[in-house]
Ligand binder design. Sequence first.
Ligand SMILES: Nc1nc2c(ncn2[C@@H]2O[C@H](COP(=O)(O)OP(=O)(O)OP(=O)(O)O)[C@@H](O)[C@H]2O)c(=O)[nH]1
Length: 398
Amino acid sequence: MDPLSLIVLGALAVIIAVILSLGLRGPSASAKAARQAEAERRAAEPVSTEPGSRGEGAGASGAGDDAEPAAPSATGEHLSERPAETPTAPATRLGRLRARLAKSNSALGRGLLALLSRDTLDEATWEEIEDTLIMADLGVDTAGELVEALRERVRVIGTRDPETVRELLREELIRVVDPSMDRELAVAGPDGEPAVVLVVGVNGSGKTTTVGKIARVLVAEDKDVVLGAADTFRAAASEQLTTWGERVGVETIRGPEGSDPASVAYAAVEAGKGSGADVVLIDTAGRLQNKRGLMDELGKVKRVATRPLSEGHRIDEVLLVLDATTGQNGMKQAQVFAEVVDITGIVLTKLDGTAKGGIVVAVQRELGVPVKLIGLGEGADDLAPFTAEGFVDALLEG
Ligand SMILES: Nc1nc2c(ncn2[C@@H]2O[C@H](COP(=O)(O)OP(=O)(O)OP(=O)(O)O)[C@@H](O)[C@H]2O)c(=O)[nH]1
């Protein structure tokens, strides 16, 4: 064999050996790790707000004036396949969320306890305690009341034992959060009719996400749910809601962008009644361009939505979704919504992103309506029922 043939043969042997070794080794460890990480990321990621692959439903033609609802023409997405996901069991979810709440509010709890365990509880220290509560958005009056009551009890008991003082603080905080409020969601309709839950709030407060999260909780409780995408102002909102629905296998009724929200709400309730659903959850746009416009829009949705139901069956629950990070601004928005619709419960979102948990107390006092649920993250199961004790314990645990 001449030298040239030897070189060619040698090169071929090397190439074959390399190809074989690659084939036998399979994907590299780092590629596997990347796939694993991608799978974990997907499992944990919030629902995309990007338009999905499904097309819009046929048009909701608009309810016209609210004397006579238009023929409901928003088209539902009947889901025959099995739901893509099973929501996390409540016990697991709550344990995780409690830890998250404790983390976001730990500075507040720690700050208060540190102040209360100072050697001397003088005027300046009590003022600092009051300021700390005000900084946490508790509201000036409530902070003053709480400090007054705590001060009096510490004086009467005459002890500075840290455990006792901590317990007194816990009791006073629970008192202002008000454990006597009824925080059950009204999700049982009368006489076999679906309960209708309307979700309102300003853009970006987390309405659509909250509707999706509530649907998951209800599905986990074995309830049949229909979603109504009455946020027709933003096309992506309908897509986003449909995606949430698909994930847990519930039907979403929607209309084209710009169609009448009242018509979509009507169609959703009609579909819910027709299919024997337990709950119809209606997402709204709630643009706050002016109070008159908002009043017209939400007032009409409220009036028209329950027409497919029996006489006298009104909306069972109107949930106001408020972004906890918006502080005083959020409170002003809450007041406007409260004037426009009768709010029956508050969902405080994004409590994971703020140490200002005191807003819970401020908004309840201002509106006279209980906080029923809290949002503690963008993930699908990051919604928790609110309890006064649970909230305060998480606050003081940090
Ligand atoms: N960190 C955190 N983010 C949240 C929470 N709830 C919602 N979000 C995020 O807030 C953003 C707005 O949520 P949406 O549900 O689209 O808000 P919306 O009120 O429906 O907004 P519009 O459709 O524009 O009216 C999204 O990025 C959500 O993932 C929460 O509890 N914690």
